[in-house]
Ligand binder design. Structure first.
Ligand code: PEP
Ligand code: MG
Length: 888
């Protein structure tokens, strides 16, 4: 969301050079050939012109569909940029192609991802085959509907048959008005075209065909058509796609669109040429695998088909709950509580579309934003850690120029402040969600939260002004905004159970920071629990017990009481160093993710920081922190640790944690992409600045450096070389110990090799489980199954620990398994001697270790390596040490 600066129009420059070209064009039309070599296209829609590379869709930005320009429309009318014939107009009316008199095909695709509107908001004024003049009205569209539902309003205008035509002149970026010229299109020499055609025919002909079902959610619309055409152009054979009796060239995206292929249709790929069989196989496979689009399996039931396409099919209707029931969910914040279920709903605030005048509406909008800004500042400074970071991110959104510009533009069109704010935020939300990136989706939720906060002030229904007493309530909801959660937490709720969300969502992070037990992705039947019904929220066992029997309630209350006492005892002993009953010393440290929290961790008994996630300094900002900023942030943490050890992890960014200043290519598979040390080794500037800052720390704390996402010895060698060079440069005689995180199967299996240069290991069980189990850690559907106690993950831990023992390298765990009381004895049994847990869990983990013997732990670890599942491992651990129940 960068602020967009529009340049003034330079159409004059364009017209001059276009005129200069025209005589040449005439000269080329020797012998009175009817074909016009040059045509000048005029503005099809008024707005702001930008280079095509700025399109928020690679199919357009990378000119797969053809070369051209991008126009951000300010008017809902699309007119013909030249005289010609309507070559394609899909049923969804979101794009139209005009074939100019010289054969150039000009596609105008109104907005991005507008195919999914299925014609909503569009009206056509022409039909396929109609002859049109330059300036004739082709389509009208509702800008508001598009702004609310489309990824972007930006409208690519491209020449799709670029093999025969090329753009020789185009207007400068800036405002373009009706009648302005936007580009000149030249027909390339016909001889060259003929030669290319002769080449592709290859002199002999073979033929092959295959019929395939199209399972693309929105059929063969512009984007997949462009991809298919691109694929077809890689082969010599000429490929055709047939639907029913219509047959078109597979090399023409426009022709493909004219087939009107929809989800579930069958098409035949038919090829003629020397490599016909290979072409058919490639194109049919490309169609079958979805051409990069969402695939919806075919189904016999047409009503279901529609529901799936709308994205609603997999949501079961709530089932009435009138008796006792146990419903499941995913644990997002541990704990066990009893209380009355209280339903909280996100209410869509009604807004009035039309404003009462520009000045009044702008003032209302700015006042509402100022109120929200002030509130956010207060809560951000009152809250520590995650709360501060999340609310600071919201503050940035309040000040986002592009959002404000978009809202102001709506007010300029006569809309109310509330309508304008909603339209501006919704457009960004849709754009972010369409990127299918969990972190950006998180930003979309932040925006939705902000939208709601501003609208509630503008509409006078200001929810933040007061919150009914919710003491002891267990909130049941589909989703909560972070701000809503903070208000509810302040009002005294004891737990939350959401049908949406994921364990890494902002609400989950806040709940865990505030110690409010939370279940997310819960069974949708929770939504039909009547208000006031007694429920037991057991986030540790991932379940919500509705209307439990009286004796169950009594038992749970008793165990809560015991837990409270045990917790108090654990806190009292938390400052004593930790060893097993038979004297094996185990260090318990804390994971930190920001400047705040170090002192609190020490107060909870942490013996140092075993993992400083330095991303807190980098995420959500346009430029990386410089050396001085980093130095002072790390210095604060080191000082708060008061001489205790500090392990600083180098920047673990990239993949699913993108930062605007890292211009990595979009990755098909970010989890397997350029992240962690792989990225920082490419961006040496970032790595060097960070290493220099760490090495300049002046502290009594022993500082160590740890590399994330290591998979090869060479990565450690490279960083080590850099450390030596920096040490020489800043006049330090020694470099801090350099260790690695064991997060990839490669690093676990080859830990003995890494030990040649790594001075310690710290196992990141979150990522290790993701990669060993091949389960995306951000995927809510898999959240219940991605359990790091899976025996396959434990075997990797065992291999690492053995390699550490053989090479004299200390092995710790800093992933979330280190915070799990059921896992801790097993980890030390496997050979781990250091655990870095979330600060709140430090006293508990210390207490657990004190109650076990290393001998029992080793015996248990041996047994669990042969069990079949994480569940069996959990059961085994609790049966071996029944007192662990206290902490569940
Ligand atoms: C891990 O992967 O276990 C880990 C500690 O790193 P992060 O959770 O920050 O990716
Ligand atoms: Mg990790």
């Amino acid at each position: 969301m960068t602020a967009k600066s529009h340049q003034p129009a330079h159409s004059n420059v364009f017209l001059q050079s276009a005129r200069q070209k025209e005589p040449e064009a005439a000269a080329q039309q020797k012998g009175g050939v009817a074909k016009t070599h040059f045509i000048t296209l005029t503005v099809p829609v008024e707005g702001w012109l930008a280079p095509l590379t700025e399109a928020p869709d690679p199919v357009f930005a990378e000119a797969m569909m053809g070369d051209g320009v991008l126009i951000d429309p300010i008017d809902g009318k699309l007119v013909s940029p030249c005289a010609g014939v309507i070559a394609s107009l899909p049923e969804t009316l979101h794009a139209v192609t005009v074939r100019a008199e010289n054969g150039a095909e000009i596609l105008m695709h109104v907005g991005i991802e507008t195919v999914s509107l299925k014609g909503r908001g569009f009206a056509a004024h022409v039909r396929e085959g109609d002859r049109v003049r330059q300036g004739d009205l082709l389509l009208s569209f509702d800008l508001d509907i598009l702004a609310l539902h489309a990824v972007s309003l930006q409208t690519p205008v491209v020449v799709t048959n670029g093999e025969i035509f090329r753009i020789v002149n185009r207007a400068e970026p800036g405002r373009v008005n009706s009648g302005d010229a936007i580009m000149t299109v030249e027909a390339v020499e016909e001889k060259a075209v003929a030669r290319r055609e002769a080449e592709t025919s290859g002199g002999y002909v073979s033929q092959a065909s295959r019929t395939v079902s199209v399972l693309l959610a929105n059929g063969l619309h512009a984007r997949p058509a462009a991809r298919l055409a691109n694929e077809a152009k890689k082969f010599k054979a000429h490929a055709f796609i047939e639907k029913e009796s219509k047959r078109v060239s597979a090399r023409s995206p426009v022709a493909l669109m004219t087939l009107g292929v929809r989800h579930g249709d069958a098409v035949t790929v038919d090829c003629e040429g020397p490599d016909a069989a290979a072409t058919v196989a490639a194109l049919a496979d490309a169609i079958a695998s979805g051409l990069g689009e969402k695939i919806i399996p075919a189904t016999a039931d047409p009503s279901r088909r529609i529901a799936v396409a709308d994205g609603r099919a997999d949501i079961p209707a709530p089932v009435a709950l009138d008796g006792s029931a146990i419903l499941s969910g995913v644990s997002a914040s541990p704990g066990l509580v009893i209380g009355p279920a209280t339903r909280v709903q996100r209410v869509e605030i009604d807004v009035c579309e039309h404003g009462v005048g520009r000045t009044a509406e702008l003032r209302a909008l700015h006042d509402a934003l100022a109120t929200v800004r002030a509130r956010l500042r207060d809560s951000a400074s009152a809250g520590s850690g995650a709360q501060g970071e999340i609310l600071n991110a919201h503050l940035e959104l309040v000040d986002d120029e592009s959002l404000l510009d978009a809202a102001r533009a709506y007010v300029d069109q006569g809309k109310s402040a509330a309508f304008a704010w909603r339209a501006a935020t919704k457009a960004q939300i849709t754009a972010l969600k369409a990127l299918h990136d969990p972190l950006l989706a998180e930003r979309a939720d932040d925006l939705a939260d902000l939208e709601n906060q501003v609208l509630s002030i503008l509409s006078g229904s200001d929810a933040a002004a007061g919150q009914a007493d919710m003491a002891d309530a267990i909130v049941v909801a589909e989703e909560l905004y972070p701000s809503q959660f903070l208000r509810l937490a302040a009002a005294g709720i004891t737990g939350i159970c959401l049908t949406g969300g994921g364990p890494t969502s902002h609400v989950s992070i806040l709940a865990s920071e505030k110690g409010v037990p939370a279940l997310v992705a819960a069974d949708r039947r929770v939504l039909s629990i009547p208000n006031g019904t007694e429920v037991i929220l057991d986030a540790d066992r991932r379940r919500l017990h509705v209307s439990p029997a009286a004796d169950t309630v009594a038992r749970v209350r008793q165990s809560l009481e015991q837990k409270k006492k045990a917790m108090a005892a654990a806190r009292e002993r938390s400052q004593t160093p930790c060893a097993t009953r038979d004297g094996a010393r185990i260090e318990i440290l804390a994971n930190l993710g920001g400047e705040q929290g170090a002192a609190a961790a020490v107060a909870l008994g942490a013996e140092g920081c075993g993992l400083l996630r330095t991303e807190f300094l980098y995420l959500g900002r346009a430029t990386p922190p410089d050396e001085e900023e980093q130095l002072s942030a790390y210095q604060l943490i080191a000082d708060a640790l008061g001489g205790r050890p500090l392990i600083v992890r180098t920047l673990d960014i990239g993949g699913d944690k993108p930062a605007p200043f890292v211009t990595a290519q979009a990755e098909e598979n970010p989890a397997l992409g350029l992240r962690g040390v792989r990225l920082t080794l490419q961006r040496r500037d970032l790595l060097e600045t960070q290493l220099r800052a760490i090495m300049r720390l002046r502290t009594a704390s022993p500082v160590q450096i740890m590399l994330p996402m290591v998979s090869a010895l060479d990565e450690i060698i490279q960083v080590s070389g850099l450390l030596q060079a920096i040490a020489a440069d800043i006049g330090r005689r020694e470099v801090p110990p350099l260790g690695v995180m064991i997060e990839t199967p490669a690093s676990a299996v080859a830990a003995d090799i890494l030990a040649r240069r790594a001075e310690f290991f710290s196992i990141g069980t979150n990522d290790l489980a993701q990669y060993v189990l091949a389960m995306d850690r951000g995927n809510t559907d898999l959240a219940a199954r991605i359990d790091s106690l899976h025996p396959a993950v434990l075997r990797m831990i065992k291999m690492t620990a053995s390699a550490g023992a053989m090479s004299g390298r200390q092995v710790g765990v800093c992933g979330s398994l280190a915070s799990d009381p059921v896992a801790a004895p097993l980890l030390i049994g496997l050979g781990v001697t250091k655990l870095s847990a979330t600060p709140r869990r430090v006293p508990i983990i210390k207490e657990v270790i004190r109650t076990v013997t290393i001998e029992d732990c080793r015996a248990a670890a041996d047994r669990v390596l042969d069990l079949a599942s994480a569940e069996e491992v959990r059961e085994f651990s609790v049966s071996a040490w029944p007192h662990l129940e206290t902490w569940l």
